[in-house]
Design a protein around this ligand. Structure first.
Ligand code: IPE
Ligand code: IPE
Ligand code: MG
Length: 255
């Protein structure tokens, strides 16, 4: 079955329509939501207005992903390096999850969305963690879209934690070096239970991964756009998925 999805987003072959086939929808889409600050700056507004507006884009992306039949959506919301920012901005960002959930959780529950989180819980303020844990608990039996927030997440920290776990298991005599393989590593990363992202989206024109899912992105298709995150809407997601469907994934083999 071919689904034609009308889009205002211009596509080079046809200005009005992007074609997406329902047979090759990426199972897991990961998004580096970047450009909130620059979006606000362009409008002469404080950076936090950009973050506030970016929250609405999270909702739009979630609904659009669900409509397309994407199964897992991972959103990079706060990196282990974002603590370097001014305290006011960090405090604001740490209040956003609870604000987002206060507004959207009921609808997400109705839509059968399951909320998850990866990242270091220890570093988060109690109010942020409480809001996330409540949402995770309330949605744990939902079997629709998995909405996975990367909050206080860093790819290097995740891999380092995994290595130290290996060390401890070996020291305790519960693991032998020969037993460590890529499956073991995968089972002990924070993304355990999720397939690797098929498609990585980054907004704002930056073309780097900024310490995001370093292990898991090994064979992901990358899609970059110049638009800032608060501008992101369903047409951009459609465009990214349409481009994904034009790619040939070879995983080192031959097509
Ligand atoms: C993304 O937007 C949000 C976070 C990283 C928390 P930025 O805040 O990085 O916005 P820019 O990149 O400075 O424009
Ligand atoms: C990446 O964006 C982190 C998130 C989107 C949460 P940054 O804005 O922190 O990345 P850099 O500093 O431009 O690499
Ligand atoms: Mg940024």
């Amino acid at each position: 079955m071919i689904k034609r999805i009308r889009s205002w987003w211009r596509h080079k072959d046809n200005p009005n329509v992007v074609e997406i086939t329902s047979e090759n929808i990426p199972q897991h889409v990961a998004i580096i939501m970047d450009g909130n600050g620059r979006w606000a700056k362009r409008l002469g507004l404080p950076r936090i207005v950009g973050h506030q507006s970016g929250m609405k884009a999270v909702k739009r992306a979630t609904i659009a992903a669900d409509e397309l039949g994407i199964k897992y959506l991972t959103m990079y919301a706060f990196s282990t390096e974002n603590w370097k920012r001014p305290k006011d901005e960090v405090d604001f960002l740490m209040r956003l999850p609870q604000e987002f959930l206060a507004i959207e959780l009921d609808e997400l529950i109705q839509k059968n969305v399951q909320i998850r989180m990866m990242g270091d819980k220890e570093g988060l303020p109690k109010h942020t963690l409480d809001a996330m844990e409540k949402a995770i608990k309330l949605t744990e039996n939902n079997d629709g879209l998995v909405l996975n927030f990367a909050l206080n997440y860093g790819g290097r920290k995740e891999i380092t934690d995994c290595m130290s776990m290996i060390g401890r298991e070996i020291e305790a005599g519960r693991l032998r070096a020969e037993e460590i393989n890529s499956q073991w590593v995968e089972d002990h990363l924070q993304s355990t239970g999720l397939p690797d992202p098929d498609l990585l989206i980054r907004t704002s024109g930056e073309m780097r991964v900024s310490n995001f899912m370093l292990w898991q992105l090994a064979y992901s298709e990358l899609w970059f756009t110049d638009i800032y995150w608060p501008e992101f809407n369903k047409n951009h997601l459609h465009d990214a998925v349409a481009e994904y469907q034009r790619r040939t994934r070879r995983y080192g083999g031959l097509s």
